[in-house]
Each structure stands twice: as C-alpha cells, then as structure tokens.
Design a protein around this ligand. Structure first.
Ligand SMILES: Cc1cc2nc3c(=O)[nH]c(=O)nc-3n(C[C@H](O)[C@H](O)[C@H](O)COP(=O)(O)O)c2cc1C
Length: 217
C-alpha cells in the first residue's frame, strides 16, 4: 500500500508547487495568511468579482486554447477550493495538481477516452475520509469526504470562471485507473479540466422553477 501523505511540519509547499507570490512577512504559523494573500492578490484584468455574474456566465468547455494558464490564476483556483466548507472543518479531500504531460495523456483513456481531459490545467479532487475525525460510522465519514471534495471542486470551478477561464467537470472515469496514474490510494471524486476557451458559449438552458423547487410547509 502506498503512503499518500507524510506531512512534514517544516515544509509548507508541496514538491514542485509554490504559489507565485507570498506575503513579505510570510509566517507559515499564521493560519490563512497565505490563503488570504493569494485570494486578495491581483491575478488579472479579466477577473469578474460579481459572483452572480460569474454563475450566470459559466458554461462547460471542452475545447481549450493551447495558451498556458498563469500560475497566479492556478494559485487562486486552488485557494478557492481551500475556502470551501468541509464537514467539521476536517477538510476531507485532497487536490492532485497534474503537471506531467504524460500523466495528462494517460488520464484520457482512464476517463472514457474524453480527449479534453488533456487540458492546460488538470486538478483531480480525491476523497480523504481519514481526515474526517468524527466518531461516526465509516459510511458517514465517506459521505462527508465526497461532499467535501465535490464542494471544493465546485468552488474551484467558479473561481476559474471568475478568472476568465473555462472548465469541464469530469465525473466519468475509471477510479482505479486514475488512482494508478496519479499514484494514490485515495478515491477520486471529480476531475476539473481548466483552460482558456476556444470559444465563449452561452450557458445551457435549465428547467423552470416549477420543476426544480418543491415547496414543503
Ligand atoms: C457530476 C458531473 C459529472 C460530469 N461528468 C462529465 C464527464 O465525464 N464528461 C463531460 O464531458 N462532462 C461532464 N460533466 C459536465 C456536464 O456535462 C455539464 O456540467 C452539463 O452538461 C451542464 O452544462 P454546463 O456545465 O455548461 O452548465 C459532468 C458534470 C457533473 C456535475
């Protein structure tokens, strides 16, 4: 069995991922100092700061430009995931930021041959129920972890949209194959593929509220 995480208290950043900028007085001991800094930093001129406008414009994209995504934007997308609520604040999820072009290519067949999985930015969100330290049955912890991972990915998806990017949420994949490729024992919940869209499309239609909302007195 592979060991997924051996956190070292003296190490702040994962191997090969450091946010582009950190505060001058950066103190890893100060909770959320870096997170707040990344979230507030000026990432780009195309940032849409109106959350409702971001929501109303988001549309899944499966064709991306080759243009790489700026590290500052990736920092914000990851930071956004870190702001999501989690059960008991135990943060029962992990993000695998796939930088290897070879691994991205391997993910395509693992995701039902969906070619757009080989996108400029690929984030695999995994459930980590072992972080959820409630004294509840295992199935509850697993349920919390899937909700944690899903919410976090949703926050990242909206952040990507706010940054002028587009994304596609991938739920159709072979869990075992993805775990093998990214090298983890943690089960993935979704894969978020992000980049600059080739075309900007209108949002897809939704049901009317009569079908969606069920009022219960
Ligand atoms: C749980 C879930 C699983 C999804 N899986 C896939 C997938 O494997 N491949 C894909 O191309 N799109 C996938 N999508 C994207 C949906 O097709 C897309 O969100 C939906 O058509 C609505 O379009 P919109 O995102 O533009 O509003 C998935 C979305 C969700 C929420």
């Amino acid at each position: 069995m592979r060991v997924d995480f051996e956190p070292d208290d003296n190490v702040v950043f994962p191997k090969e991922y450091t946010p582009e900028e950190s505060p001058d007085d950066f103190d890893p001991g100060l909770p959320n100092q870096l997170l707040d800094f990344v979230l507030r930093s000026e990432a780009s001129k195309v940032v849409d700061t109106d959350i409702f406008s971001v929501m109303s414009k988001r549309r899944s994209t499966r064709k991306f430009q080759q243009k790489p995504v700026e590290t500052k934007k990736i920092d914000k997308i990851i930071a956004a995931a870190d702001t999501a609520p989690t059960a008991g604040n135990f943060q029962g999820f992990e993000i695998f930021y796939i930088k290897s072009p070879e691994k991205k290519k391997l993910l395509v067949p693992a995701c039902n041959k969906q070619p757009y999985v080989d996108a400029p930015v690929v984030l695999v969100f995994c459930k980590n129920p072992s972080r959820v330290k409630f004294d509840f049955p295992e199935d509850i912890l697993k349920k919390f972890a899937i909700q944690d991972a899903t919410l976090a990915a949703g926050y990242s998806q909206l952040a990507a949209q706010a940054l002028g990017l587009s994304s596609i949420w991938i739920g159709m994949f072979d869990e075992q194959k993805v775990m093998e490729i990214i090298g983890t024992d943690l089960v993935p919940s979704s894969i978020l593929c992000i980049g600059y869209p080739l075309q900007t499309k209108f949002p897809k239609p939704r049901r009317n509220l009569q079908e969606l909302v069920h009022v219960s007195w």
